[in-house]
Write a protein that binds this ligand. Structure first.
Ligand code: TYD
Length: 429
């Protein structure tokens, strides 16, 4: 049975597919600042989301046409290199587009944002392949009517619907005689959008999915671990990767080991205590394994099952490296006590931040007081580095090595691009 109400869906971009507010606000403020003009409150800046820029500068900042043209140039000065990337795909949108495409639905974008910028944004987020057509004003068009933009991408003989967050989107759909969905999670003022008379209204993207694709597949989760010698910069990268994945529309749960849930955090205190209480290597390994078993059951597995990307700072490879190799307990024994992590809890990908252990430790000591494990001698840390390299050779299908000896921004770029391609290879789109 075909559950689809519509077999052609035309989306607005800003406030419907992506949340472009951070980039637009920052660029609007940049221009005002350069002109020495006061910055209006965010409630006024919200009015900039949607209408042509110059119009907003005139209406909300009291500029003349000439000033508004200059402000628009300044805005672009920041928007072109940086601002357009300060954008975020709304949750569930990736999965919705894929599900609709898989069902043969015609997909298009009709936006007031310039055509080339819109295509760049969709390409950057790897959403462009889902769309059959994209319409936005050409560079010479100062203002394009929404109905006209919809007409440019409207296919013949299909049950089409326009999804948008402003009254202009709903009116445009009416002008061309198609149904509409008001995306109330966007920037439009709810009363204005509803007054335009949409066919449907949704309060969030989950409701949009239910309306457009009621039998949509469950979103696929993904379990990523971050590994590397002490001081290689994993925590910084975990934070940056979470942000980047969320910009791409994924729901991310960031966690760490040892720890990540109340029982495991208690174990962490014991195992990483600064004073040397004479803990033997076996106890240490068993404590890490105990913390991990709880963490997997309470946090990691349920989050992956719920379709999230789990980003875990250290996991079982740390035990193989630190306890198995560096402390000399042997890989086999460590594997044995960590069985859950090799069965249902195996990571889908492991980002390995490759870095010389001496360089990494020097960096680490410059900022932090070392814990019990970091206090171990130099040959211990040299063994951890060698052990990581060995694991990397043994599991090329899981390990994604990244050069950690670069600027943090560059490491994030490399790590994200390796991770994103791996996710796509594994069907997490
Ligand atoms: P942490 O403060 O998380 O350090 P880092 O930010 O460098 O990861 O401390 C974790 C320490 O515990 C680190 O030295 C590695 C060690 N460790 C093990 O020895 N075995 C394990 O299984 C795990 C998870 C960590």
């Amino acid at each position: 049975m075909n559950l689809l109400l519509y077999d052609a869906v035309i989306f607005d971009l800003d406030g419907t597919l992506t949340d472009s507010q951070p980039g637009i606000f920052a660029c609007a403020k940049y221009a005002l600042d350069k002109m020495g003009l006061p910055i209006p409150p965010d409630s006024t800046l919200r009015r900039f989301l949607g209408p042509p820029l110059a119009e907003s500068y005139i209406n909300y900042c009291g500029m003349t046409e000439e000033q508004a043209a200059y402000a628009t140039d300044l805005y672009r000065e920041r928007y072109i290199p940086i601002g357009w990337k300060e954008n975020k795909v709304y949750p569930h949108i990736r999965a919705l587009l894929k599900s609709l495409k898989d069902r043969g639905v015609y997909l298009a974008v009709a936006t007031g944002k310039p055509q080339h910028t819109s295509v760049d944004i969709l390409r950057y987020f790897d959403l462009l392949p889902y769309f059959d057509a994209v319409a936005g004003p050409a560079p010479e068009e100062l203002h394009a009517d929404k109905g006209d933009l919809i007409r440019r991408v409207l296919p013949e003989g299909k049950r089409a619907v326009m999804v948008g967050d402003t009254a202009g989107d709903i009116k445009g759909a009416k002008d061309v005689g198609i149904a509409s969905v008001a995306a109330l999670y966007g920037y439009g003022v709810d009363e204005e959008v509803m007054a335009a008379g949409p066919t449907h209204a949704v309060k969030d993207t989950k409701a949009l999915c239910e309306l457009l694709c009621p039998d949509m597949e469950k979103e696929k989760g993904f379990f990523v671990t971050l590994e590397g010698v002490d001081g290689c910069g994993k925590s910084t990268q975990a934070a940056a990767l979470k942000e980047r994945l969320e910009q791409f529309g994924y729901s991310v749960h960031r966690t760490r080991e040892p720890g990540g849930c109340p029982i495991a955090e208690e174990i962490r205190k014991i195992v990483l205590a600064k004073e040397d209480g004479g803990m033997c290597a076996e106890t240490e390994a068993l404590l890490f394994a105990a913390a991990r078993a709880q963490h997997l059951k309470d946090v990691i597995l349920p989050s992956v099952e719920a379709g999230q990307v789990v980003l875990c700072d250290r996991f079982v490879d740390s035990s193989l490296v630190y306890q198995g190799m560096a402390r000399g307990l042997g890989m086999e024994w460590v594997k044995e006590i960590n069985r859950p992590a090799f069965r249902e809890g195996a990571p889908d990908a492991t980002l390995y931040l490759r870095m010389d252990h001496e360089k990494a430790m020097a960096r680490r000591l410059a900022v932090d007081a070392p814990d019990r494990i970091e206090q171990a001698g130099d040959s211990f840390h040299a063994r951890t580095e060698a052990a990581y390299e060995e694991l990397c050779r043994q599991h090329p299908d899981r390990f994604l090595p990244v050069n950690g000896d670069q600027t943090p921004e560059q490491v994030t770029e490399d790590a994200f691009s390796a991770l994103f391609s791996r996710m796509r290879e594994r069907g997490v789109l």
